[in-house]
Design a binder for this molecule. Structure first.
Ligand SMILES: Nc1ncnc2c1ncn2[C@@H]1O[C@H](COP(=O)(O)OP(=O)(O)OP(=O)(O)O)[C@@H](O)[C@H]1O
Length: 244
């Protein structure tokens, strides 16, 4: 199958610090790829390179058959790459619907009824419709996380990038968010999900990648990657215990 995303020989340096080093991988249409690795491994930097917030020093990024390496974040969003952030920052004084509408208009460049439809669909897919008229600032954390997903989904992405969206949720809230992400993947949206809460990742992803010092230590079957002795050493034994 032709990959949806194709990363080849990617490198990113901040001054003398090499944060991403000769990284290559692909994501198939509709595939969920989990990303783990120690703090400072370069995971968020990798997402910022994929969505165009950062430019690589070397390498190429192809999305849906097009070289997007040199195009900016706004055009990549319109091409179908959506992104959520580690800390949800909704426009608190606006309604939940208004926030989704911002994703559809500013993110996807939609107008009028097309933007409204995209915003409503995003709320439906993230199970936020019943809160559409609530002020975003009044949402509990789980719903703020869902709104972060909704804002990214309002762009109509074929690939969504999730950066530690499970952090801070209670044990009872976590499965709900996992179900929402699984639902997005099952509807055909490809996912790259960085997460330290490994059991949440393992409940959704088709493959797992472990990054350390900006290089790929392992990629493949999630359970096999978590058992890989090099991954255990680099990513600390306690994380493997939490996943089992
Ligand atoms: N804009 C920047 N300028 C300089 N250094 C940066 C910049 N952004 C990230 N770094 C450095 O790059 C390295 C990788 O950071 P990154 O945030 O990508 O790691 P991470 O794997 O996502 O970590 P975490 O799990 O803690 O979120 C770190 O050493 C960080 O300090």
């Amino acid at each position: 199958m032709t990959p949806l995303l194709e990363i080849s020989g990617l490198a990113k340096r901040f001054g003398k610090l090499t944060v991403i080093d000769d990284l290559s991988f692909t994501v198939a249409p509709g595939e969920a790829l989990g990303v783990v690795g120690p703090n400072g491994a370069g995971k968020s930097t990798m997402l910022n390179l994929v969505n165009g917030v950062l430019r690589p020093d070397e390498g190429t990024i192809r999305f849906a058959g097009t070289d997007v390496t040199r195009i900016g974040a706004d055009r990549r969003c319109r091409a179908g790459i959506g992104r959520s952030y580690q800390i949800p920052r909704p426009f608190g004084e606006m309604t939940v619907f208004g926030n989704a509408l911002v994703g559809a208009t500013l993110g996807a460049g939609l107008r009028g009824r097309h933007a409204h439809r995209a915003a409503f669909e995003a709320l439906e897919r993230t199970e936020l419709m019943s809160l559409a008229n609530s002020p975003a600032g009044a949402l509990r954390l789980l719903d703020r996380k869902r709104l972060e997903l909704a804002r990214a989904m309002a762009c109509g992405p074929r690939l969504i990038l999730l950066d530690e969206i499970a952090g801070g949720l209670t044990d009872s809230e976590l499965p709900t968010l996992v179900d929402t992400v699984r639902g997005l993947r099952d509807s055909g949206v490809a996912v790259i999900w960085i997460e330290h809460i490994v059991h949440a990742l393992l409940a959704v992803v088709d493959r797992l990648m472990c990054l350390t010092y900006g290089t790929m230590l392992a990629i493949g079957d999630p359970q096999a990657v978590m058992r890989d002795p090099e991954v255990v050493t680099a990513y600390l034994g306690h994380t493997v215990e939490r996943a089992s």
